[in-house]
Design a protein around this ligand. Structure first.
Ligand code: NOJ
Length: 551
């Protein structure tokens, strides 16, 4: 193995106020000609991320995988899928990122693996009652000949959460549990072998120099193994101190803390704020996405409630908040904000389908939301392409859709491919520099993206990219944008007006106009606005500004 990449040396808790850029490797940049992004493509484009001004990147799964669920079906946790490159490419990426001052966190998928993972194929082959089966949830079925699943639980992706195997002698056999697709069997975290294996996996990557992890489906590792039927088929998943997965995260934390350089983890959980906070206690994980904020959509009262509740819950355990509006599971916010319906969460990407879309309005609102996102205390995530103002691609032909949700719901839910279309870098026509000109990107790119390429936006001071660069630079120079207190000022139901103050920083106001009417601007020096042109004392609807004000 190559020597671990050199580590950035600061001793502050970098993760407490980091801006982390999410890279979906398949869609970021293709250094070859196969139409799929790869790790060398990411390394080649690191100067772009450095000039953008983010602190770190999160790499979505790049592990060997049959790609049934975009790589969240891992068949080997300690290698790189050949479609993305090699371990040497990953080492090179880490070294180049660290040399550029960027940290790198990677996805950890502990809830389930691929049905091609050697543990699972061994479990199927080994038969009933074997130690191999004890690493997963294998159960006998109910009813005549065990032909009915052990519970009525439904999978997140649609259909039953149980699939029946054939026993080694060819007879119809036991059932195994999968919270997601049948090709994603859940580990049994009640078996200590599973924790030991994941501790090994964590150390494998920490030894290579990664700065931390984003932990997939982190709150669902433990199931109620009395397997009760439920009224609506929802799985029963304990998340609290009584039977929940907290001992697992304490063990993970001990592994991370044994390494220098403040290795950190961000967890993915849709649990209520007070439950999320349990995972953020000082001896558990570091950050948790605020999906409340993502789901607040374009609504001042919902945004305020999400911000206040997240901050209050996290403050009780001394953890910073983590703000996010976009990711690879959710329709892009330009499109969500373009619709009249303001809400759209993970796994319901079709919430905006059929709604009247005004993309110019969605773009104005996404610009304003970027100001709010990057002006709140704590960490923030930016999903690749968000800084370009990409809309969701809602007209992908059925034949190219790859999300298992599409097939498992019989085409009823189109799935998440629309937010995973490759990034446009340059040029006037697809593939816009994403891959070789004569190669086909793995999802088709809209010709209209010629105006949204990095090259097209690079020198345009009015572009979304320019706004993100200015915002990130302002966030670096103004401590009160990254840390400190949030005080709400009353400006009516359709505006967010918050005062931001921190020790050592100057007082700032962040104003977001979320209604139909302009919002009068308080006295102060406008440092940045989401709209081009002078403001003249009022903020137009669908816009935001940051002002320096008297202390
Ligand atoms: C959450 C991931 O973000 C999503 O893409 C994936 O399908 C599920 N977890 C299952 O791993």
């Amino acid at each position: 193995m190559a020597a671990p990449a050199a580590h950035p040396t600061e001793t502050i808790s970098w993760w407490r106020e980091a801006v982390i850029y999410q890279v979906y490797p398949r869609s970021f940049a293709d250094s070859g000609r196969d139409g799929e992004g790869d790790l060398r493509g990411v390394t080649d484009r690191l100067p772009y991320l450095v000039s953008l001004g983010v602190d770190a990147l999160w790499l979505c799964p790049f592990y060997p995988s049959p790609q049934v669920d975009g790589g969240y079906d891992v068949s080997d946790y300690c290698d790189v899928d050949p479609r993305y490159g090699t371990l040497a490419d990953l080492d090179a990426l880490l070294a180049a990122a660290h040399a550029g001052g960027l940290r790198v966190i990677i996805d950890l998928v502990p809830n389930h693996c691929s049905d091609r993972h050697p543990w699972f194929t061994a479990a199927v082959a080994a038969g009933r009652g074997s130690p191999e089966r004890a690493r997963f949830h294998f159960r006998d079925g109910r009813g005549t000949d065990g032909a009915e699943p052990p519970t009525n639980w439904r999978s997140v992706f649609g259909g039953p959460a149980w699939t029946r195997v054939r026993e080694p002698d060819g007879s119809p056999g036991q059932w195994y549990f999968h919270l997601f697709a049948p090709e994603q069997p859940d580990f049994d975290w009640g078996n200590p072998e599973v924790l030991a294996e994941f501790e090994r996996i964590l150390r494998f990557w920490l030894d290579r120099g990664v700065d931390g992890f984003r932990i997939d489906v982190s709150d669902a590792l433990i199931k109620d193994t009395t397997w009760p039927d439920t009224a609506d088929g929802s799985p029963v998943i304990p998340k609290g101190d009584d039977g929940g997965p907290h001992p697992i995260y304490r063990a993970f934390r001990r592994v991370l803390d044994a390494y220098p350089g403040e290795r950190a983890a961000v967890i993915e959980t849709g649990a209520p704020d007070d439950v999320v906070a349990l995972f953020l206690r000082p001896d558990e994980m570091h950050l948790a996405f605020s999906f409340r904020f993502l789901k607040a959509g374009w609504s001042a009262p919902a945004a305020r409630a999400a911000i206040e509740d997240t901050l209050a819950a996290n403050a009780r355990v001394g953890a910073p908040a983590t703000w996010v509006t976009d990711n690879h599971d959710t329709p892009r916010s330009v499109t969500r904000y373009a619709a009249d319906t303001a809400l759209a969460g993970a796994y319901v990407p079709d919430a905006v389908a059929g709604a009247h879309l005004d993309l110019a309005r969605g773009t104005r609102r996404a610009r304003a939301m970027a100001v709010l996102l990057l002006s709140l205390p704590g960490a923030a995530f930016v999903y690749a392409g968000q800084e370009l103002g990409l809309p969701n691609v809602d007209d992908l032909p059925d034949a190219v859709l790859q999300d298992p949700v599409f097939v498992r719901t019989g085409g009823e839910v189109r799935g998440r491919d629309g937010c995973r279309v490759p990034l446009p870098w340059s040029g006037d026509a697809p593939p816009f520099g994403f891959t070789a000109d004569d190669a086909a990107p793995w999802l088709p790119m809209p010709p209209a993206w010629r105006d949204l390429t990095v090259a097209a936006q690079d020198c345009d001071p009015a572009s979304m990219l320019a706004l993100y660069r200015r915002l990130l630079a302002l966030r670096r120079s103004e401590p009160s944008l990254r840390t400190g207190t949030v005080t709400w000022l009353d400006a009516g139901p359709d505006a967010v007006v918050i005062r931001r103050e921190s020790e050592g920083g100057r007082a700032l106001l962040v104003v977001v106009a979320m209604g139909e009417e302009p919002v009068p601007l308080p006295a102060g020096e406008v440092l940045l606005a989401s709209t081009p042109g002078p403001l003249d004392g009022v903020l137009p609807p669908d816009s935001a500004a940051v002002l320096a004000v008297a202390s």
